[in-house]
Design a protein around this ligand. Structure first.
Ligand SMILES: Nc1nc2c(ncn2[C@@H]2O[C@H](COP(=O)(O)OP(=O)(O)O)[C@@H](O)[C@H]2O)c(=O)[nH]1
Ligand SMILES: [Mg+2]
Length: 497
């Protein structure tokens, strides 16, 4: 069993007060490489392998100063380096830190890393530095998750939002939630007391019955009422509503473009990308396999996939592409189905609609939160600069979403299409706005939502009110788990994505 102050999560080992070394720059060819040493013996360990100009012992180094010198291995110079000294009082790990800035390249960096290990530091992946910081209470678990996610952020909006969460935006909203819960707990205890008093009087001093309701009324302001639970429910709902943006920012949504050959799929992607990156051809079937690109639409990343349509074909290469299109469809978070305004609706278009319908059915079955489904299918009528020969009614009767008419060649109404792609998300940046950005956080809050609704129900019906204190306790545990990263194992609630 873990001790109370043991902040290990399931997969992390405790690194508090250990001296650890980690390569923090990517291993590869580059100008500069950096290895960080953090822990109580950081200075003594680096002392063993460093000869510096104007400094004999790093214990005497000045905080936040740079020191020039050499790293050596068994008397041989290994590299010319600049050390950055950060004493534990001001360091982000809460331990003494030596940052060794050396020349880039795999060999040099690896040798310094190995030297540090043979001098007594424990070699660890860079995430362990965040773990150490977390264990030393320099950040909570949500702040740690945010910093881990920043590394993988694809857009400027993603970085800004995640840095805000690292600075504590979501953490303070969670603490606020905890305060509401504690208020509820206090009120509930009080109510139980009053309730107890009433029963007691009823049983033993029935004659004084009339005094007691007055007493209860006096305390009523402080009593647990539906309002308090509703305010918690509201708080949780507001947080849950941010999850689709948060998760869209951290994990690019897969957008598959579907349509028979030559409807202009590649042209649409090129137009969104703003450059002629993809092969566009007037002969049907040019895109023989799928092409994937990362794009940013209003700061939200998408992995956009062009496909070869899904028509029957005898051409082996093309049919491989078609198979892949169907395969990619399984991965899709959103599908853009493209139709050609200048050609009549035909069998191939009908097949697209039927593929779309089976995809949508499957998606609905997997997805408990169907409110975002309206945004998952985007039917597009392209080539609206040409005379209309397409029977739109056939498409309109098969999909519930409004059709988007555009001309990719003329880049006409492209902005509307982009708006539509991020339609369900509030992408305006508001500084320090709390945003739920991991599945873990989402699952915990979704569970809290279920629990608070249950408590409200018991309170309203007056049924099983004795259960409420257990539920309050559970809510407290969930919020604490969200902030501290433990106790998540038994909580399983379906998510939107
Ligand atoms: N007139 C017109 N032609 C278009 C439009 N979009 C694409 N095209 C043309 O249609 C042909 C096929 O386009 P492409 O993007 O390769 O289609 P895909 O097979 O669906 O990827 C090319 O000659 C494009 O220039 C449009 O909006 N209007
Ligand atoms: Mg194409």
């Amino acid at each position: 069993m873990q001790k109370k102050d043991d902040k290990r999560t399931k997969n992390d080992k405790l690194v508090k007060h250990k001296t650890i070394a980690s390569i923090v720059t990517p291993l590869g060819e580059g100008g500069i490489g950096k290895v960080m040493v953090s822990g109580p013996n950081a200075f003594t360990i680096v002392n063993k392998i460093f000869t510096g100009k104007g400094i004999a012992d790093l214990q005497n180094a000045v905080n936040q100063k740079l020191y020039y010198g050499y790293i050596h291995d068994k008397g041989q110079r290994l590299d010319e380096v600049i050390l950055h000294i950060i004493k534990k009082e001001g360091s982000f790990t809460g331990e003494d830190i030596v940052e060794i800035n050396c020349h880039g390249g795999i060999r040099v960096v690896m040798r310094i890393y190995e030297c540090l290990q043979s001098s007594g530091a424990e070699g660890v992946p860079q995430d362990a530095l965040l773990q150490q910081s977390f264990e030393n209470n320099k950040m909570d678990f949500v702040q740690k998750e945010a910093l881990q996610a920043v590394v993988h952020a694809h857009t400027k909006l993603g970085v800004k939002v995640l840095l805000d969460q690292h600075a504590g935006a979501l953490s303070s909203a969670l603490r606020q939630g905890l305060e509401i819960i504690e208020g509820i707990e206090r009120a509930f205890l009080k109510e139980s007391w009053y309730h107890g008093a009433i029963i007691h009087t009823d049983q033993y001093r029935g004659e004084e019955k009339s005094l007691i309701p007055n007493l209860a009324r006096e305390g009523r302001e402080a009593l647990l009422n539906e309002k308090m639970l509703s305010s918690l429910e509201n708080h949780i709902r507001c947080l849950l509503e941010t999850a689709s943006l948060g998760m869209a920012l951290t994990t690019p949504q897969v957008l598959v473009i579907l349509g028979k050959p030559n409807v202009g799929k590649s042209t649409i992607i090129n137009a969104i990308l703003g450059e002629e990156r993809m092969l566009v051809h007037h002969e049907p079937g040019t895109t023989r396999d799928y092409v994937s690109e990362l794009i940013s639409v209003h700061g939200v990343p998408f992995e956009i996939m062009d496909t070869a349509g899904i028509r029957d074909t005898e051409d082996i290469l093309e049919s491989m592409g078609i198979e892949m299109a169907l395969e990619q469809l399984q991965r899709a978070d959103k599908v853009m189905a493209v139709f050609d305004n200048s050609r009549p609706f035909d069998q191939e278009d009908a097949e697209i609609l039927s593929a779309l319908s089976s995809w949508s059915k499957k998606k609905n079955a997997d997805d408990l939160h169907q409110n975002v489904n309206t945004y998952k299918i985007i039917p597009v009528v392209n080539k609206c600069d040409l005379a209309a020969r397409l029977d739109r009614k056939k498409i309109e009767s098969a999909v519930t979403q409004p059709l988007y008419s555009l001309s990719a060649r003329n880049r006409d109404r492209l902005e509307d299409l982009k708006e539509r792609l991020v339609g369900e998300l509030d992408t305006t940046y508001k500084p320090m706005r709390p945003i739920v950005f991991t599945r873990r956080q989402y699952c915990l809050l979704a569970k809290a939502d279920v629990v608070v609704k249950q408590a409200k129900n018991y309170l309203n019906t007056g049924d099983k009110t004795c259960m409420i204190s257990g539920l309050i306790d559970e809510l407290k545990k969930i919020f604490t788990a969200c902030l501290e990263g433990h106790g998540t194992i038994n909580i399983r609630v379906e998510t939107t994505r």
